[in-house]
Ligand binder design. Structure first.
Ligand code: HEM
Ligand code: SF4
Length: 264
């Protein structure tokens, strides 16, 4: 389900660009590819799968949060509801724009390639300005999302869609081929040098991290990419035996602290 939502975000970005054409001309569309049936077909299929995918993710979240030991305990739920609502809104607007074009008899694709849009069009009345108004709502929703995440840099559930790719690419693993990651785990450092535990002097050497800025950039990227999914928490023995320790809450506190302390 997540995969479909993710692919729909990447490909249906084109439909948001298309909305900028529709908002000035109800019959508008993307230049060049906008009249290709294959574009109509692919965006239709991905639109349907993306909508189904996000509804499954909504259902999973609602079911899980009712459990006694929910992995979402401590997650910022409004942010997840916000991204879910935005995705549902944008995808529905996409089908409404196409539906109005069908009802107005200005839609460029055949029913075999875009059956859902044609079905929506069959129940909508003809309205010459329909695509323009829905395109305007779609642009407000999309840009509202962009402004909200720009104002909330700690909104990992939204930011991960940009950051996760870099975070995975730069993951630490001894098996990663050279050039595609950061290699094996970094040794503990003190005074800029790897720490030798035989020689270390507890009076002078620092063990681990004492201030958030002592994390590497990869550590800060890890915090920022956290989607608050709670899978680490649900696997944690301390949390599962009712101790007040959760790896997720630790990551979230470090993330919030890092951004609160940032000098910008
Ligand atoms: C490599 C890239 C990505 C990875 C590894 C990743 C991983 C995750 C994980 C682990 C979650 C938490 C799922 C849960 O709570 O069960 C999540 C949630 C989510 N992801 Fe991604 N993600 C990626 C890219 C994207 C992209 C590009 C989008 C674009 C829309 C996206 C949209 C979402 C949404 C909407 C949620 C919230 C789901 C909910 O309602 O609970 N993700 N992602
Ligand atoms: S640290 Fe990873 S597993 Fe834990 S809540 Fe964040 S994204 Fe999920």
């Amino acid at each position: 389900a997540h995969w479909f939502v993710m692919v729909s975000f990447m490909i249906l970005f084109l439909l948001v660009v298309e909305a900028y054409f529709e908002v000035v001309d109800p019959e508008g569309g993307l230049p060049i590819i906008g009249h290709w049936t294959v574009y109509g077909l692919v965006t239709e299929i991905i639109g349907v799968l993306g909508l189904a995918g996000i509804l499954v993710l909504v259902a999973i979240r609602q079911r899980d949060k009712r459990k006694k030991l929910s992995r979402f305990t401590g997650s910022t739920m409004w942010q997840a509801y916000f991204v879910e609502a935005i995705i549902i809104g944008v995808l529905i607007c996409g089908f409404l724009i196409r539906g109005f074009k069908v009802a107005n008899d200005t839609f460029e694709y055949d029913a075999w390639a875009t059956p859902v849009s044609h079905a929506v069009g069959a129940i909508l009345p003809a309205a010459a300005d329909g695509p323009t108004w829905v395109a305007l709502v779609k642009i407000f929703i999309s840009m509202g999302w962009l402004i909200t995440i720009a104002l909330n840099v700690t909104m990992g559930v939204a930011w991960h869609r940009f950051l996760a790719f870099f975070n995975i690419f730069f993951k630490r693993s001894p098996d990663k081929p050279a050039g595609s990651g950061l290699g094996a785990l970094r040794p503990m450092m003190s005074q800029g040098k790897p720490l030798d535990f035989e020689e270390a002097d507890p009076e002078k050497d620092q063990f681990g991290v004492a201030q958030v800025e002592q994390f590497t950039w990869k550590g800060l990227l890890d915090f920022s990419t956290c989607t608050e999914c709670g899978r680490c928490q649900s696997q944690c023995p301390a949390w599962n035996t009712a101790k007040p320790l959760s790896p997720k809450l630790l990551v979230l506190s470090l993330r919030d602290h890092a951004y609160a302390k940032a000098p910008y």
